[in-house]
Design a protein around this ligand. Structure first.
Ligand SMILES: [Zn+2]
Length: 443
């Protein structure tokens, strides 16, 4: 659930008043947890949250990809729910993130429903093994024929339980410093002085301390600016418009790596064949034509958590301050403070998968299986589940432009694209290429 309207979090900010920039924010673990939670967010969520503020998300062409999904008719998807899954992807740390002091992600909590028999009659002599399903919605029918309308809660939130002891979620500790470029360090005299020195601050006279309350919107703004600027905190907290002077970073592909790896044939994933329509005169890709496999992959990018994207990119291209944040969570300076259980959640967050075991809780009570020790229920499968990562209807062909706008293939659209770019038809060459893991990384 999103934070309550108007809720804010108080920050102490050390400012260089001469240059009007944030030197660092001194904060408790609340703010640090919020900043670190960025890494758990699926790209689709980041696009959605920034769009709500009328802004582009700042990550390459992800806005176009998101818009493509939105424009796709529901009938192009194997199931209507899949479109929602891409537009409102689940965060695998959603239970944890809902406990943040300010949670910017307003995605609805995942709900699980079972039939009445699953809970109360399953272990009687009737109905055994029939009710082994759950549903994400309350209007499906179970294998036993009953409506699956009883909401259950999973009680496997061990991470949350561990965190609950001292209130922190991803980190433990009392006071931290968050630098303007999102490095997080435990506060010590030495780290503070070293940091100030590195910014050329030697005298106290330029220092100013400000108390600033930030709200959900400003946190989203910090997130968005983390991809674009070197100083997102200055931008948001001091509202200084530095866009003009700073180079805007996009997902620039690293051409040398790309060229090198293309020859090494070290792909683990199967290749997907796509066709490129190339303008011979301009030596430019006009669009790609691809089947459902490639489009499923492109769309599934929206469900990738940010931390996994940073990991996949392996710092190249850099995602600016988000890369700093990732390095912070990974590095030694904060090692004592990052919870062991949280480290994996931040550094290689998973795309949520349906639970295969379930420990149902109804009205706060654990429903126990009398035949064993009351632990998790095995083999609970989603009703009508679709193999993970398959979204669009098949077979089908799609057209993907260079800036990742995806539409069902229509030759008329192709022709109008060529017309728009003023390219004669006989200038177009169609080339087949294999797309493997390395190309996927570059995208
Ligand atoms: Zn049932």
């Amino acid at each position: 659930m999103a934070a309550k309207e108007g809720k804010t979090i108080a920050l102490k900010v050390l400012v260089d008043k001469q240059r009007n920039r944030v030197l660092f924010v001194e904060s408790g673990k609340d703010f640090v947890d919020i900043i670190l939670s960025f890494l758990t967010m699926p790209l689709g969520t980041i696009v959605r949250l920034t769009r709500k503020q009328g802004q582009s998300c700042g990550i390459g062409c992800m806005d176009n990809l998101y818009q493509s999904v939105e424009n796709f008719k529901s009938e192009y998807f194997q199931k209507k729910i899949l479109k929602d899954m891409l537009l409102r992807p689940k965060n695998s740390s959603e239970v944890l993130c809902r406990k943040l002091e300010l949670n910017i992600d307003d995605t609805e909590p995942t709900k699980y429903y079972v039939c009445y028999n699953f809970l109360y009659a399953k272990y009687s002599k009737f109905g055994q093994h029939k009710c082994n399903s759950f549903s994400y919605s309350n209007n499906m029918h179970c294998g036993c024929g009953s409506l699956m309308s009883t909401e259950i809660f999973l009680s496997n939130d061990e991470v949350v339980d561990a965190a609950a002891e001292d209130g922190g979620l991803f980190v433990k500790g009392i006071m931290f410093m968050v630098t303007d470029d999102l490095q997080i360090l435990p506060i010590t005299t030495e780290t503070s002085f070293t940091h100030l020195k590195s910014l050329g601050i030697t005298g106290r006279d330029v220092l100013d301390e400000k108390s600033i309350n930030v709200d959900v919107e400003e946190i989203v703004d910090i997130l968005r600016n983390s991809f674009l600027l070197e100083m997102p905190l200055t931008e948001v907290l001091l509202q200084k418009h530095v866009h003009e002077t700073l180079q805007v970073s996009k997902f620039q592909s690293n051409n040398t790596t790309q060229a090198k790896s293309r020859d090494t044939a070290s792909f683990e994933s199967p290749h997907i064949m796509i066709k490129l329509a190339i303008s011979k005169a301009q030596n430019k890709i006009m669009y790609a034509e691809a089947g459902e496999g490639f489009v499923d992959f492109m769309f599934s990018l929206l469900t990738f958590p940010l931390g996994s994207v940073v990991k996949l990119l392996d710092q190249s291209p850099s995602l600016r301050c988000i890369s700093n944040l990732y390095k912070t969570a990974e590095g030694t300076a904060l090692a004592k403070h990052v919870r062991t259980a949280s480290k994996a959640v931040l550094l290689s967050p998973m795309v949520p998968q349906p639970p295969t075991y379930i420990t149902p809780v109804v009205s706060g009570k654990l429903i126990k299986n009398p035949s064993d020790s009351g632990k998790a229920e095995p083999l609970v499968v989603a009703v009508n589940s679709i193999p993970f990562g398959e979204f669009v209807t098949k077979p089908a062909m799609f057209m993907i432009t260079d800036d990742l706008v995806v539409t069902p293939l229509s030759f008329i659209s192709c022709i109008s694209l060529l017309e728009k770019e003023n390219i004669p038809m006989d200038n177009i060459e169609v080339r087949s290429v294999n797309v493997g893991q390395e190309e996927v990384r570059c995208i």
